[in-house]
Design a protein around this ligand. Sequence first.
Ligand code: MLT
Length: 329
Amino acid sequence: MIDILISENIHGAQVDALVSRFKVVIQSDLWKDPALLAEKVKNCRAWIVRNQTPVNATLIDAAQELLVIGRAGVGLDNVDVQHAERAGIVVAYTPDQNAISVAEIAMGMMLSLARFLPAADADTKKGNWSRQRFLGTELYGKTLGIIGAGKIGYLTARRAMAFGMKVVAYDPFLSEDNILLSEVQAELVELEELLARADVVSCHLPATPQTAGLLNRARFMAMKPGALFINTSRGKVVVEEDLVQALKAGVVGGAALDVRSKEPPQMSELEALPNVLLTPHIAAFTREAQDRVTAAVCNDVARVLDGKPALNAVNRAMPKPRPRPRVTP
Ligand code: MLT
C-alpha cells in the first residue's frame, strides 16, 4: 500500500514535505500508460494529478483504497467528479491559486496581438528594421469581451481596466448585480452582443458539454471585423477549423491560443498563419502560481489522510466512511 501516488510532473518543497511524512510514489510519466496507471491506483490512498491524467470511472473503480484525488489546477475536465462522489472520494482542486497568472498571460496576449510583438521580434532578429510593417493598435478605449466571467475573467477585466478598456461580459451563471462585475464596471450582455461589440474577445470557460464548440463558424463570423480572439481556458470550446476560416477571411484580426482542442496538437493551418500566436498551455505556468497550486493541493491531500476536511473540495470535504463497494476483478 502507498499513501500518495503522483502521476504527473508535480514537485517542489510541498511535495518534499509529503515525502517526509507519507509513502509517496512519484511517476511523472505515469499518465501516459493507462495499464500501469490502473495497477498503481489499486493500492493508493491519495492520488495527485494535473490535467493529463484521465481520472475516469474505470480507474476510480480500480482505486478501492482511494480517499482523495488532488487536482493541481482549476479545470476538472480530466476528473470524473460525479463518479468520485459516488465512490465517496474527496476531489480537492485549486480554484484560485493560478488565476492571476492566467489573467496576466491574457493581457500579454492582447498586447502581443495588438502590437504584433512576436512577428516584429522574429523580423528584427532576421536583421530587418521594418517599422511601417508593424503599425499596431492601442488597447486604450477599446472594448474587451469576457466570455466566462469567473475568477480569471474578473481578474483579466480588472487588468484591462488599468489599460483604459471598457468591459462587456457574457456569463449565463451571473446576474447584473454581481459584485465583481460591478467592480470592473462590466456590462453583462448576451453572447451575440458581446461578439458584435468587442474589439478583443477573451475566453475563460470550463470544458463542459455546454461549452464544447461554443466558438464556431457562426460565432466567429459574428465578431466585429478585425477583432482579436484569445483563449487561455480550454481548447475544446473552439472549433479550430472555423477559427482558421475566420482568420483567413479577416473577420478575426488575430488569435492567441494557449490551449488546443487536442493537446499536444497536430500541426494544422493555425501554425502557418502569421496573425496567430500559439503557446503550449502555459498560462498557469509561473513559479508563483505553481507554488500556490502545489501547496494547496498537497495541503488538502495531507489533511484528508490525517482525517481532516479538505479546504478546497469540489464535492465533499471528507471521504465517505468505508467499506465502499468493491468491484469484482
Ligand atoms: C488549470 O486548469 O488549472 C490550468 O489549465 C492548468 C492545468 O490544467 O494544469
